[in-house]
Design a protein around this ligand. Structure first.
Ligand code: MLT
Length: 254
């Protein structure tokens, strides 16, 4: 299969990895703003966006795909920013392919595995998507993705997010739900993460709240935490200026 990515700018690579059920378009504002600082690469994970694939995957195998991409980009090591599910992939890479990474930005994500209840909810969403297609996943996710009131106050942003989610193939959604359900718990790995790490979280993130981000920041030696005002779980789309500033400062300090 072909992994599709888009790149802009020159210099050290910043690899941007999207969440679920999304694609590289969630990073459009970072692509545009950070190309003056580094070589920004936004990838569509296997099965998502333009990286068409009907093969099942795991969080670990998505990291193996990115390992191959890092080789293609010049062998790394790269700075990697992972949003939510992209953060799970990033933590999987920090475990399996640490030599690929020079720095990590963990954005609206967490290290803990799914609880028993969360695992059951993954199966419920698979059933809903089998019955109602990608729209069923978008309907379930939408109320939790943005800061409260954003759907009413920022209809264009909400419509864009919904459009991205509804364009995700139902089979990929199913594969991703199983991959997230079965992912390992990375919490025990955090004290061993040796690379510079930035943790970014929306102050109103309902899926991976600031307390969870603080917990990760406390376990990773030297990690910095940026809490993004006026953002929920989609901080890079909701408050791109704050997120770009945090990423730029972090990259310039490397
Ligand atoms: C994501 O945004 O990637 C998902 O909400 C992550 C998850 O469901 O665990």
């Amino acid at each position: 299969m072909e992994l599709r990515f888009e790149e802009r700018g020159k210099g050290p690579v910043l690899l941007l990895v999207h969440g679920f059920p999304l694609d590289r378009r969630v990073w459009d504002a970072q692509m545009a703003a950070l190309a003056d600082t580094c070589r920004v690469v936004a990838v569509d994970l296997r099965g998502f966006g333009e990286s068409t694939s009907a093969e099942p995957f795991t969080i670990e195998s998505l990291g193996d795909d990115l390992h191959a991409l890092v080789q293609k980009l010049g062998g790394g090591p790269v700075a990697l920013a992972g949003l939510s599910m992209g953060g799970y992939v990033a933590l999987g890479m920090a475990r399996k392919h640490p030599a690929d990474l020079r720095a990590l930005a963990l954005v609206d994500t967490k290290s803990e595995a799914d609880t028993a209840e969360a695992r059951q909810n993954r199966m419920k969403m698979i059933e809903a998507v089998r019955a109602g297609g990608s729209k069923a996943a978008a309907d379930a996710m939408m109320p939790k993705m943005l800061a409260p009131d954003a759907a009413e106050r920022r209809p264009q942003l909400a419509a864009r997010l919904r459009q991205i989610m509804e364009s995700c193939p139902p089979l990929t959604i199913e594969h991703a739900l199983l991959a997230m359900r079965d992912r390992p718990d990375y919490t025990g790995d955090l004290p061993g993460i040796k690379m510079p790490t930035l943790i970014i979280v929306g102050e109103a993130d309902q899926i991976t709240p600031p307390a969870v981000a603080q917990g990760m920041a406390g376990r990773i030696p030297g990690a910095r935490l940026a809490v993004i005002k006026g953002a929920g779980h989609m901080a890079p789309m909701e408050q791109p200026e704050q997120v770009n500033r945090a990423l730029r400062e972090f990259l310039l300090r490397l």
